[in-house]
Design a protein. Sequence first.
Length: 104
Amino acid sequence: MQVFIGLIIIVFGILQIILFFKIWGMTNDIREIKEKYLSSTDPKKSISPTQLPEFNIGELVTEIKANKQMRIKEITKDGKYSCYTNGGVSHEGDFDASEIKRFN
């Protein structure tokens, strides 16, 4: 009887080790899936560190739709330009580079 219980304990221990490595492998699979889907965001919205912005902070720009003069106060993390009027008091919005042009 002790041999039978010892055999069951050994088999159980081996199965636990196998389960541990299977779960470890699944976490790597989940990491790959997460990186695949989170890194495949809209390429227009993401800005890479090597890609220089088209406009600089403090530069005067004009909104193409409303033909409104604004000044860029900051560049957001998603690559949009945060524009203000009235000496930096009124926030007009965050614009893509395609929505604004340099003021002439």
